[in-house]
Design a protein around this ligand. Structure first.
Ligand SMILES: Cc1cc2nc3c(=O)[nH]c(=O)nc-3n(C[C@H](O)[C@H](O)[C@H](O)COP(=O)(O)OP(=O)(O)OC[C@H]3O[C@@H](n4cnc5c(N)ncnc54)[C@H](O)[C@@H]3O)c2cc1C
Length: 348
């Protein structure tokens, strides 16, 4: 369990979707010591989980940008001021110890922060689970929904279920560690990046399309699986040590419901300053709902709210601080500032 002891962050951003990434960037611009806690292994929230390969057409300045490319740019922008990013850490509890001192307990540790900005979107994403016989009983004993350590699969016979990016990427990675990898997918096409699918088909992974899992067997741990061809119904038994199920994610507000926040359905209620009912706790993006204002689930709306929430958080920490601190174009020393050109057009 990681504890941060006396470390006190200025801002803890909960969620690294587009809103949380933009909040981390803005907090950095305001010289606030920033922590970002994200339940998933990667940044990007809904974009990464649900539509990395889709083009987005309504983010200012980008007539069209691939979801994954937008996330890469946002992460680059958000990382430049040294924010601490912690992935694979779901925030389980948020407590106000006293105004200006919050305790955040995650699945991995405990952190202290003066303020928090809740950018949790639809909630933490959880894996869709399979309920075929044996899958529930043997979860954690050979049936996995996430990879914690690649080494866990060293020398093992692994079955991967799924045909999206997660399943394909893990097959490509884990065949280097496992003794053998079989991937089954219920369709005859993949919902993953075309280049990854090509690499998969050229790899030693045994790929079976139009196949589904029927049962997982084993007394104490997984020993065998039954799979079937969903066209012919023909069944096959495979000797397997581990099953990795990657069949998508679903959002769940989960622990946030127990933090004492005022909620409206799956939203956290905020006022026009993005303040929740808890002192020093703000909300922005898809999760935030302002009474009397129509909700728009847009990346652009999350950006605007993130900037405003950071401004109010800065003023909460330093009561004389201005909410609007000026323009980035007037700020010196930005990491990605272009090299100044001399009068000859050459670099100074
Ligand atoms: C298919 C689809 C297409 C879309 N197309 C567009 C489009 O073209 N243009 C557009 O503007 N918008 C689009 N949207 C909407 C857009 O994706 C959302 O408005 C945006 O992702 C909201 O960002 P967010 O950061 O507020 O929340 P999210 O993207 O949901 O991110 C929230 C993050 O918080 C994390 N989290 C939640 N709870 C916890 C916790 N307890 N601890 C730690 N982490 C936690 C989650 O894991 C997640 O990563 C689309 C949405 C979908 C589903």
């Amino acid at each position: 369990m990681r504890t941060t002891g006396a470390d006190l962050y200025d801002v803890a951003v909960i969620g690294a979707g587009p809103t949380g990434l933009y909040a981390a960037f803005y907090a950095g611009m305001r010289n606030l010591r920033t922590l970002v806690l994200e339940a998933l292994p990667r940044p990007g929230g809904q974009i990464t989980a649900l539509y990395p390969e889709k083009y987005i057409y309504d983010v200012g300045g980008y007539p069209a940008i691939l979801g994954r490319d937008l996330v890469a740019e946002l992460f680059k922008q958000a990382s430049q001021f040294g924010a601490d990013f912690r992935f694979n850490e779901r925030v389980e509890a948020l407590e106000v110890l006293e105004p200006g001192r919050l305790r955040l307990t995650t699945t991995e540790g405990v952190y202290l922060s003066r303020t928090a900005i809740l950018c949790a979107g639809l909630g933490a994403f959880e894996p869709n689970r399979l309920t075929v016989p044996g899958a529930v009983e043997l979860e954690g004993r050979g049936v996995h929904y996430a990879v914690r350590h690649r080494e866990d699969f060293l020398g093992r016979r692994l079955l991967i279920v799924g045909g999206g990016d997660t399943a394909v990427d893990w097959a490509l990675e884990l065949h280097r560690w496992a003794r053998e990898v079989t991937l089954i997918h219920r369709f005859d096409y993949f919902e993953a990046h075309a280049r990854s699918v090509q690499a998969l088909l050229e790899s030693p992974v045994n790929v079976l399309t139009r196949h589904e899992l029927k049962a997982v067997r084993g007394s104490d741990r997984v020993q065998e699986v039954v799979i079937y061809d969903n066209q012919s119904g023909a069944e096959k038994n495979l000797a397997i040590d581990d099953v990795l199920i990657c069949i998508g994610l679903k959002p769940n507000l989960g622990p946030i419901q127990r933090w004492g926040l005022r909620l409206d359905g799956r939203h956290v209620l905020v006022n026009s300053r993005l303040e929740t009912n808890l002192p020093g706790v703000y909300a922005a993006g898809d999760i935030a709902f302002q009474e009397g204002v129509e909700k728009m689930y847009l990346i652009a709306c999350g950006f605007a709210q993130a900037a405003l929430a950071v401004g109010y958080a800065a003023r909460f920490i330093h009561p004389k601080a201005r909410v609007f601190h000026g323009h980035s174009s007037q700020r010196k020393g930005m990491k990605y500032a272009p090299t100044p050109m001399g009068p000859t057009g050459k670099e100074d």
